[in-house]
Ligand binder design. Sequence first.
Ligand code: FAQ
Length: 310
Amino acid sequence: MNSPEERFQAIVDAEEKIEPTDWMPEGYRKTLIRQIAQHAHSEVIGMQPEGNWITRAPTLHRKAILMAKVQDEAGHGLYLYSAAETLGVKRDEMQELLHQGKHKYSSIFNYPTLNWADIGAIGWLVDGAAITNQVMLTRCSYGPYSRAMVRICKEESFHQRQGYELLLRLSRGSSEQKEMLQDSVNRWWWPSLMMFGPHDGDSTHSEQSMNWKIKRVSNDDLRQQFVDMTVPQAEYLGVELPDPEIRWNPDRGHYDFGEVDWEEFWRVVKGNGPMNRERVEHKVRAWEDGAWVREAASAYAAKQAMSEVA
Ligand code: FAQ
């Protein structure tokens, strides 16, 4: 066992972490930069659909929760950009690639938030799907990513519960509130299932990422886990999931469910979903408007460093 690749794989197979200064195959580094950057971009772009409702939250209490949640997403973006930077890529470079449409972010954030129940549905379904995926990432072979995920999962768990609690309130409310809840779940269910990515057979990266223990569970297995967890929660809410094929399958010990519209998935991933253009334009505008803050922070840091030397 002499080649660097073999030694690397042996460390991974022994469930030890790979750290930034360790030798790693170029493909491993590239895969991690791609996935962590996509993940960070998702957290940051993901602030937009919810941020849209901060000024319209129905009570001060709900506004405070929503502001805390949106700030958490910004924080997740920062941990993740920092984790990606340990692999030798610069934060500004990642921003540039996102702004040019060369980096992806999760398809889910290209759907609009049309009513207040959407804020609950994002917490329940989107954060619920995000946690299902991210719990496995706490065991990722790359140390900085796995450690960032531990903290992120704790916060996502709060996000998921606040969303469910919001919907629970609506489900016990007026008939208009119940309709709003059902309308929202109708629109967010399928896009949430798409968050797990294509079927395993169509997944470009899964096999290699599983060998490197970046991913620990396949896209389809995670999607199934999410459906199994969510169906009883929907029953308790008294809401219908918009899929007539959902039923318990005692032979498999899982819920069966219908087929995702993969054409829609790829259309959104390729930049042609309902909100893709608007999301990226907004992101670029925020980056440009915030240039003076970054310049001021850098000037302040340089001044501090000078005074420490003096
Ligand atoms: N959207 O070969 P695979 C959140 C692309 S965080 C867009 O299976 P992989 C928190 C994929 O990149 C949500 N593109 O890919 C929050 C690849 O294209 P490429 C984000 C997608 O990487 C809540 C191609 O398809 N979470 O929600 C999607 O092995 C509320 C082939 O796919 C993460 O990023 C998609 N859904 O598996 C924030 C978790 N799916 O790069 C605010 C980390 C696939 O070759 C509010 N990421 N693609 O051009 C992962 O676990 C993985 O990257 C997967 C995809 C599972 C997403």
